[in-house]
Design a protein. Structure first.
Length: 58
């Protein structure tokens, strides 16, 4: 909360995030990132694969 608005382009890369269940990581295709005062939204063309947060990057 309280972030300055931002709109940006992303590259294909891992995305790491945390929620009430723990830490997670996804390999996402390129897309668009939107940040507003309420949170972050990522618009992407697809999911390359789901991984555990502890997995090493290739």
């Amino acid at each position: 909360p309280g972030h300055a608005p931002l709109l940006g382009e992303t590259v294909t890369a891992p995305l790491r995030y945390a929620d009430g269940l723990g830490e997670h990581a996804l390999d996402l295709a390129a897309g668009i990132l939107q940040v507003d005062r309420d949170g972050v939204t990522v618009f992407t063309g697809g999911l390359a694969r789901k991984r555990d947060a502890g997995d090493e990057e290739e």
